[in-house]
Structure formats: C-alpha cells, structure tokens
Design a protein around this ligand. Structure first.
Ligand code: ZN
Ligand code: ZN
Length: 253
C-alpha cells in the first residue's frame, strides 16, 4: 500500500496545505489539498474520494478537482460521504451558486461526480482496498476511516474529540501499521478544544491510552500559530509512538 500525505492542516505554517491523503494513487481521503498537491494527470487517476466531514479544510479543493478532471474521465468519480455531509455539499458547494453542480454535468446520465452515501461500520471495496468508516466525535457528523488491503492497514481518525469506537477498531485490526490522529489546540486552550470538539496534546495523551498497539501514531491538524507551544506539550507526553505527520510524505508498506 502506498499512502501519500497531500496535506495535514498544520504543517510548517506558511505554505501549509489542508487535510488530504491519497492511497495507491486511486483513492483520496478528504479533499483539502488535492489540487495543490497533485498534477492534473495524477488527479485524473483518482476514482474515489472518501470525505470524513463537511468542514472546509477537508473538502475545499473538491470544486477545482472536479473542474480539472471534467472531460478527462470515462466514469464519474465517486464522492463517498455520510448522507449529512453529502447534503452539505449539494446545498452549499455544488449548488450552481458557489460552484456548478458537477453531479449533473455534462449530463445527469454521464456526470463528472457521483455522490455515494456511506454508513458507519460498513466496509467499501474500491481499487483493491477496503475502507470502513467509523463514527467519531466532532461538531458536525464525522467519520474516521480504517483502510486495509490484504497485507496492511492504517487508521485515520479525522477530526475528533474524546471517542472510543475508533480505538476499539484499531485494537482489533490485524495488520495495523499506522494511526493518524489529530491534535488541534495547545493545552492552555482546552476549553476551545472542548467547544470545537478537537484534542489538545493532553487529551490526545488520554486517547492514546486506549490504543493498545505498538504502531507509529502520526499527528496532524495542529493550528499553525500554536505549533511552538504544542510541540513541547506533545513531546512531554513521552509516548515513543508519536511523531508529526508531514506534508508530501509517502509511506509504503
Ligand atoms: Zn472539522
Ligand atoms: Zn479539520
């Protein structure tokens, strides 16, 4: 399996890209950085986009992606998301006001994108991968994903505050190689983290006590301006599994 980090919402401050992963060149998970990170040829190879939730940092390049692939694909690209998330995309993004409705362009029978509803805990097989959405605890309906092939697996929690199910799933995943988890605000902003359903380094530390696996845990979603205070707080957790996720990184198993 090849995992490419297109963006991780919390990179090196300036020039930061927003959240997006690419698996085997074919499946994108979240769409915060598809167009700045990939050539058009690479974008055209994406057949499926699995969205975790409707926040802009996870979907904002979908309009430019659809424009770039328009006319270059035989089959529609499938946009997989919770029904609530698809509803937001239809009403607020591809609504013929902010952006054209590419689910009926060039024609309803032969569109550029197709919306596909997902259900948490169901497994979807695409491009030789199995993706299982797991509900997490965020301000809007949100899922993390377990991604597997026949040999390896990783987990992306997406944005979440305190949660249990995704850690149970991680513990029960046989060939788990990696967990990508969030930390968004420094410890001194715990009330803000709580109100916006995100984690601080301290609350991430509490979450990681639920992960009983000796696998690398890569952190994403640091607020760029708060990196200087968050980095020592993450280090102070003393968890040897922890490292930051990096933009443009490729992980191959
Ligand atoms: Zn969010
Ligand atoms: Zn986010």
């Amino acid at each position: 399996m090849e995992l490419r980090v297109l963006g991780c919402s919390g990179g090196e401050a300036d020039g930061e890209r927003l959240t997006g992963l690419l698996v085997n060149g074919c499946v994108a998970i979240d769409a915060g950085s598809i167009t700045p990170a990939l050539t058009v040829t690479e974008q055209v190879r994406i057949r499926h986009v699995f969205i975790s939730h409707s926040h802009l940092d996870h979907i904002c390049t979908l309009p430019f992606f659809t424009k770039n692939i328009f006319g270059h694909t035989q089959e529609p690209v499938e946009i997989h998301a919770l029904p609530e998330t698809l509803d937001v995309l239809r009403r607020h993004l591809f609504n013929d006001e902010l952006w054209p409705d590419f689910s009926v362009i060039p024609s309803p029978n032969d569109p550029t994108i197709r919306y596909t509803e997902i259900e948490p805990e169901h497994t979807y097989e695409v491009c030789g991968l199995r993706l299982t959405p797991i509900r997490v605890n965020h301000l809007v309906p949100c899922v993390g994903y377990r991604v597997e092939d026949d040999r390896d697996a990783f987990i992306f929690t997406s944005d979440t505050a305190e949660t249990d199910r995704i850690w149970e799933v991680a513990n029960a995943t046989p060939n788990l190689r990696l967990v990508i988890a969030e930390a968004s605000f420094p410890d001194e902003q715990a009330p803000l983290a709580e109100a916006s359903k995100h984690l601080t380094p301290a609350s991430l530390g509490a979450e990681l006590k639920k992960l009983h696996r000796d696998v690398p845990v890569r952190i994403y979603h640091l607020t760029p301006g708060d990196r200087p205070s968050m980095l020592p707080q993450l280090a102070a957790l003393g968890d040897p599994r922890l490292r930051l996720l990096a933009q443009d990184e490729r992980l191959v198993w």
